[in-house]
Design a protein. Structure first.
Length: 278
């Protein structure tokens, strides 16, 4: 139960951070908003580092840096997908691909969930897609969304696996390495697109998102340390449910029958995983 509970906390934090950076991106560009997000996460963790009693290792920092490249790159690919198509294509695809690839990695590493947990994991994948889906376009715009969504999903999987392999023994150091690496990756991508600057509006939203996202990553590492990557990664990937919930409560966005069905699938999935998930 503990790994599943921690994974849900991480998902809630990731979903909240995603909601805030989404609001910030409406007031600036996605690249500028993400720059502020990772800058805030890096600075917040750097301020906490002197109080961390755990010592970093080369391996934990390396895995953290790899996770950061995936996270930063995935965020930029997802932003590119959103600029070219509707959220209903790139968003769900990136979440599902990230969860599937991370689950495959966990199985390859020897994770063997029980039967009820397997049922929950299989139910979680359509739940992620359904709760995230919006109105999907057709034609060339849909093809662009598929490509960028798939690339973002690969980045998400790299982040999930990298943070999981970093381990909890090194404390916040791997998360700090991940945030710094994500900042560098995002900055490099922003420089290529000519958007290398911090946003003038929505800065508080981005800074809040960065701090919450860094905390989510730290909790995620603890969850993987206490359980199986295949379970924790998929449960954490349910974060769009929390993003959608916040949009409903704070922005009065309509859920619709499809998203309500996705939330119901999510509850069923988590219940099954928690039955014998470790």
């Amino acid at each position: 139960m503990l790994p599943v509970g921690l994974a849900l906390i991480s998902a809630a934090a990731y979903g909240s951070a995603d909601f805030l950076v989404g609001l910030a991106a409406r007031r600036s560009s996605a690249a500028q908003a993400n720059l502020a997000v990772y800058a805030a996460g890096t600075l917040a963790l750097a301020a906490c580092a002197p109080f961390n009693r755990s010592a970093p290792t080369g391996g934990s920092l390396a895995w953290g840096a790899i996770a950061g490249v995936g996270c930063g790159g995935g965020a930029m690919f997802l932003a590119a997908g959103f600029r070219r198509t509707e959220f209903g294509v790139a968003g769900p695809l990136s979440a599902v691909i990230g969860a599937v690839l991370a689950a495959i990695a966990g199985i390859w590493m020897g994770n063997r969930p029980g039967a009820w947990a397997w049922a929950g994991l299989l139910l979680a994948l359509p739940a992620i897609a359904v709760v995230s889906v919006g109105r999907a376009p057709v034609g060339a715009r849909r093809s662009a969304g598929v490509g960028f969504g798939a690339a973002a999903g690969l980045g998400c999987a790299v982040s999930l696996v990298g943070l999981g392999e970093a381990g909890a023994a090194a404390g916040i150091w791997p998360v700090l390495a991940a945030q710094a690496s994500a900042l560098a990756t995002t900055a490099a991508a922003a420089a290529v697109t000519g958007d290398l600057k911090l946003p003038r509006s929505g800065i508080r939203l981005s800074l809040s998102s960065g701090a919450i996202g860094a905390a989510a990553a730290a909790v995620y590492i603890d969850a993987v340390h206490a359980g199986m990557l295949v379970i924790v990664a998929v449960v954490t990937s349910l974060f769009p449910c929390f993003t959608v919930g916040l949009a409903r409560v704070l922005e009065s966005e309509r859920l619709g029958a499809t998203r309500l069905a996705g939330l119901a699938l999510t509850l069923a999935s988590v219940s099954l995983i928690a039955t014998n998930g470790r």
